[in-house]
Each structure stands twice: as structure tokens, then as C-alpha cells.
Design a protein around this ligand. Structure first.
Ligand SMILES: NC(=O)c1ccc[n+]([C@@H]2O[C@H](COP(=O)([O-])OP(=O)(O)OC[C@H]3O[C@@H](n4cnc5c(N)ncnc54)[C@H](OP(=O)(O)O)[C@@H]3O)[C@@H](O)[C@H]2O)c1
Length: 306
């Protein structure tokens, strides 16, 4: 099969489009014919070697943790999925080796749920990691409830755009920071846009004079330092992108119940995964460069297979 691999740490230039052997299907695993695989910032951060002190890389590495595709074969112990099922999954392993930037991937059945029936393949591939991160931050960490006001730093990004829609589905009012190019998108999902940078505190304070109830940090170095001036007394703050004293950091985990909640939100029309750009598998290096350079526009960058 065809896959994207890297044989050593580095930037987009180390990615190769190569022929590799088809993965085997162990007892509790499912072989998926990949229709789409989403990029995440962790892919290029780990590819650069920045996780080397905590994570083994078995070269050559196929990057990628997000998948949407069709079940091709199931292991002898798998009863939940059958050949032909359309599935999505967050298939992070504790080593770097068998990722999703490939025509086929073999993954534990426990990392999969059904694909939302109203999502495109690109949208479906963009849901698992960004969606789990957003859901676990908004629902499990910040416990956002009806009538609250939430500020999301980086609200147009892959995680932020889903977090904003999940908070709105919880009944919250959402203010979201993003570059000016993303403000019309933010308005389209009922988020009140503000520009990040120097004027942020003034803009948020004019919208919410007493400060917001909860803050989710999804992007922007330095934004965490502003939180004391943005929140109400007792503001809850959580970050998925940075750490600071007094701030809870959320690390996404595969959880089938949470991922199914996300599928149901999509099917109910309450959550739409924005797709900033789609590339063919062989253009993974170009796709990665677009993500690294920034300014990609709202949502996810996705690789789609033929
Ligand atoms: N903890 C976890 O489990 C977990 C999981 C997934 C991701 N993450 C992390 O979460 C972060 C976001 O991931 P993502 O997939 O959403 O990436 P992304 O799609 O690239 O989004 C990042 C967003 O940050 C915004 N941004 C840039 N400069 C900013 C600033 N100064 N202030 C506020 N926002 C700014 C950008 O908005 P504009 O385009 O409008 O400039 C961009 O859309 C990354 O650091 C990623 O590593 C963590």
C-alpha cells in the first residue's frame, strides 16, 4: 500500500510518499481502508523530535492519529464492527510507528466509533482528536453550563471551532478570538469574534463588563497571562495548548462514549467540522507546511485518499 513515512526526525522535507507492506490485523483490531486522515499540530511537533524524551519512534514512522474510513477486515475477536462499516477513530499509540497517513491502517476496535451519517469524509476525519479535546475541555474540565459566558482563545482553529460549537450546544454564550479573516466564520457559528493581540482585553470587557465565567486556551502564546483581566471572580480556566500556574491542562484521550456524543452532535446539526483545506495523500508535506505556516483559515487540514 501507499503511505507517508519519515525515516528520521525533521520538518515537512523528511516526509516521503512510499510503498510499504499492508498492516496485519490482530485479534481485537480492525483493518480500515482510509478515506481521509486529518493533520494535527502534534504530528509535526513529534516528527520534529520534540517528544523524543517521552515517546519512542520506530522508524520508519507513518504519522497521523485521526482516521475516517471503511472497515476492510476484522480480527477474530471483534464483534462491534463488520466489513463495510463506515468508521472514525482517534488511533494514537504510545509509540510513533503505525499512523493514519496511509491507504490502510490496522487499529484496536476500541479506538473506533461509527462515522456521522451527514459528514463528508474530510469532516469525519477532522472530528476525533480535535473533537475529543474540545469536548473533554468544555464538558469534563470547564463544566460549561447554560447561561454562562465562555471565552475561547484561538476559536477558529481545529479545536477552538469545535469547542465553541459544543459550548453553544451546552447553552453558553461564546466569545472567540481569531485573526480578522476568520471573523465572518465565527459569526456564522454564533460566536462573537474578537481580535487577539493588544486590544483583546478591552474588546472582551466591553462585551462582558464583569468578565467571563470560563476561558479555554487553544492558541496564542501569552494569552494565558491576560486571563486575570478577562475573567469574573472565580473564573475557570483550562488550556489545551500551553501551561501556566493555576490553569488546568487537558490532554485528549480516546473515549468511545465521548466520541459518540460528538457523532450525535454532528448528526443533530449542532456541530459542523470546518475544513480549511484538503490535499491528496502524496501532498502531505505541502499540507503540513500550510498548517505550520498558519493563516490556513478556520478548521482542519485533511488528506483524502482516492
Ligand atoms: N492537549 C491536547 O490533547 C491537544 C489536542 C489537540 C491540539 N492541541 C493543541 O491545541 C492547539 C490548537 O490545535 P488546533 O488543532 O486547533 O490548531 P490550529 O487549527 O492550527 O488552530 C490554532 C489557532 O490558533 C490561533 N492563533 C494564532 N495566533 C493566536 C494568538 N496570538 N491568539 C489566539 N489565537 C491564535 C489561529 O487562529 P487564526 O487562524 O485566526 O490566526 C489558529 O486557528 C495546538 O497548540 C495543539 O498542539 C492539544
Amino acid at each position: 500500500m501507499k503511505a507517508i513515512i519519515y525515516r528520521r526526525y525533521g520538518g515537512p522535507e523528511v516526509l516521503e510518499f512510499a510503498e510499504v507492506s499492508e498492516p496485519k490485523v490482530a485479534q481485537n483490531s480492525v483493518l480500515i481502508r482510509v478515506k481521509a486522515a486529518a493533520l494535527n499540530p502534534a504530528d509535526h511537533v513529534l516528527q520534529a523530535g520534540l517528544g523524543d524524551s517521552i515517546m519512542d519512534a520506530w522508524f520508519p514512522v507513518i504519522p497521523g492519529w485521526d482516521v475516517a474510513g471503511i472497515v476492510e477486515r476484522v480480527g477474530a475477536g471483534v464483534t462491534e464492527f463488520a466489513v463495510g462499516d463506515e468508521v472514525i477513530g482517534f488511533v494514537r499509540e504510545e509509540i510513533l510507528h503505525h499512523g493514519t497517513y496511509a491507504e490502510m491502517v490496522s487499529v484496536p476496535a476500541s479506538t473506533l466509533v461509527r462515522k456521522p451519517n451527514n459528514a463528508t469524509w474530510a469532516q469525519a476525519a477532522g472530528l476525533p482528536l480535535a473533537g475529543l479535546t474540545a469536548y473533554q475541555a468544555i464538558v469534563h474540565s470547564l463544566h460549561v453550563t447554560k447561561g454562562e459566558t465562555v471565552l475561547i482563545h484561538g476559536a477558529s482553529g481545529g479545536v477552538g471551532s469545535l469547542a465553541a460549537q459544543i459550548a453553544i450546544a451546552q447553552g453558553a454564550r461564546v466569545i472567540g478570538s481569531g485573526s480578522v479573516l476568520t471573523h465572518s466564520y465565527l459569526r456564522s457559528i454564533a460566536v462573537e469574534p474578537v481580535l487577539y493581540g493588544e486590544g483583546l482585553v478591552g474588546e472582551v470587557r466591553s462585551l462582558v463588563p464583569n468578565g467571563v465565567d470560563a476561558i479555554l486556551h487553544c492558541g496564542g502564546r501569552g494569552a494565558l497571562a491576560l486571563n486575570a483581566r478577562l475573567g469574573s471572580t472565580g473564573v475557570r480556566v483550562c488550556s489545551v495548548a500551553d501551561s501556566a500556574p493555576g490553569v488546568t491542562t487537558v490532554f485528549a484521550r480516546m473515549d468511545q462514549a465521548d466520541l459518540l456524543q460528538l457523532v450525535e452532535l454532528v448528526e443533530a446539526g449542532l456541530l459542523i467540522v470546518p475544513v480549511a483545506a484538503v490535499y491528496p495523500l502524496e501532498a502531505a508535506a505541502q499540507a503540513q507546511l500550510t498548517l505550520i505556516n498558519g493563516g490556513k483559515g478556520p478548521g482542519k487540514i485533511v488528506l483524502e485518499m482516492d
